[in-house]
Design a protein around this ligand. Structure first.
Ligand SMILES: NC(=O)C1=CN([C@@H]2O[C@H](COP(=O)(O)OP(=O)(O)OC[C@H]3O[C@@H](n4cnc5c(N)ncnc54)[C@H](OP(=O)(O)O)[C@@H]3O)[C@@H](O)[C@H]2O)C=CC1
Ligand SMILES: O=C(O)C(=O)[C@@H](O)[C@H](O)C(=O)CO
Length: 289
């Protein structure tokens, strides 16, 4: 793997990678679930000003407006930011999906989203292919630059590709040391899809204080959180940690000057188990509307 430090450009804290449709994304983004209103705007402008460029929101977070307001207040130009939102499960029927994407744009006060993802597959309802067709159309209309999915098992992605000929650029899935998604990552990579890690820190899980991870972290003069984020990057996954204080935001950005060894990577991956999903959200059965 090319050392990430080598590909970092001037004035750009986070290195970039290229998606299968040519869109360039920072290798780490910023999660926004729960950041709303004036307090949310403050957190988000702080994150943008600190160096985060890829911002992850969703129709269902009810904070696309907060994200839009933060964009207008931050020191960063809109075109230098990559804003991602998501289509809720209850809006997967074709026409509803188109209108929802338009509504997402109005909520954010934006002309376009850089990325838009199907939030959950909800296979029982069986509308995700129709939703995908709407996303393809929304991209053609210029509402979205790049389209992807969340929580899609390999068979769901294969079906999208088979039935529409269009491969998602991103698959955002639960991924952290307790659930390292080894098979999902391999299959995403085979299909040319970048795996993004949601809840990359397990939402403040005890892994942030774990002694074994602490020993690895100490060997590099880093914190557990930095070590876990670095593990995501070296796996080839794209983490989107959330952090409410500038202290944590800055700490989480400071991960591009060290490299974990193969043994250290393996030791962190070894926390994982088959039932390691922290909230039991198996996309086969877990539905979100
Ligand atoms: N597509 C999907 O289905 C899903 C997508 N997501 C997306 O993923 C994003 C990230 O996941 P999320 O569930 O929010 O949780 P994370 O795994 O990002 O964890 C966030 C928690 O970690 C803490 N934290 C962050 N940095 C540090 C640090 N340096 N030291 C100590 N604690 C720290 C935060 O505390 P503090 O605020 O005090 O810094 C917060 O409590 C979401 O916000 C959302 O955008 C999430 C779930 C599902
Ligand atoms: O945060 C998200 O994007 C979700 O999909 C959440 O609903 C998450 O799965 C959750 O918090 C469920 O309790």
């Amino acid at each position: 793997m090319k050392k990430l430090k080598e590909v970092t450009q001037l004035n750009q804290i986070i290195p970039e990678r290229v998606l299968n449709d040519g869109l360039k994304l920072p290798v780490m983004g910023f999660g926004t679930g729960g950041f709303k209103g004036a307090a949310g705007v403050k957190v988000l402008t702080s994150a943008m000003d600190a160096g985060y460029r890829l911002i992850d929101t969703a129709f269902n977070y009810e904070n696309e407006g907060t994200v839009g307001q933060a964009i207008r207040q931050s020191s960063v130009a809109r075109e230098d930011l990559l804003i991602c939102s998501k289509l809720p499960g209850r809006r997967q029927a074709y026409q509803e999906a188109i209108v929802t994407i338009e509504e997402s744009l109005y909520r954010g006060g934006l002309d376009y989203y850089d990325l838009y993802l199907i939030h959950w597959p909800n296979p029982r309802i069986d509308l995700y292919v129709e939703a995908w067709q709407a996303m393809i159309e929304a991209k053609k209309r210029g509402y979205i630059r790049s389209i992807g999915v969340c929580n899609f098992l390999p068979e769901y992605n294969e079906r999208l590709i088979r039935e529409t000929g269009v491969t998602p650029s991103i698959n955002q899935v639960e991924l952290h040391p307790f659930y390292n998604q080894e098979q999902q990552r391999a299959k995403d990579a085979e299909l040319g899809i970048v795996t993004e890690s949601w809840s990359p820190l397990g939402r403040g899980h005890s892994m942030l204080k774990d002694e074994k991870i602490g020993e690895i972290a100490a060997a590099h003069g880093k914190t557990n959180t930095q070590t876990i984020l670095r593990w995501h990057i070296q796996l080839g996954a794209l983490p989107i940690p959330k952090a409410s204080s500038l202290k944590h935001q800055a700490e989480n950005l400071d991960i591009f000057d060290f490299e974990l060894s193969e043994a250290e990577m393996k030791a962190i991956s070894a926390f994982s188990s088959e039932d390691g999903r922290l909230w039991g959200q198996d996309p086969r059965t877990h539905e979100e509307l």
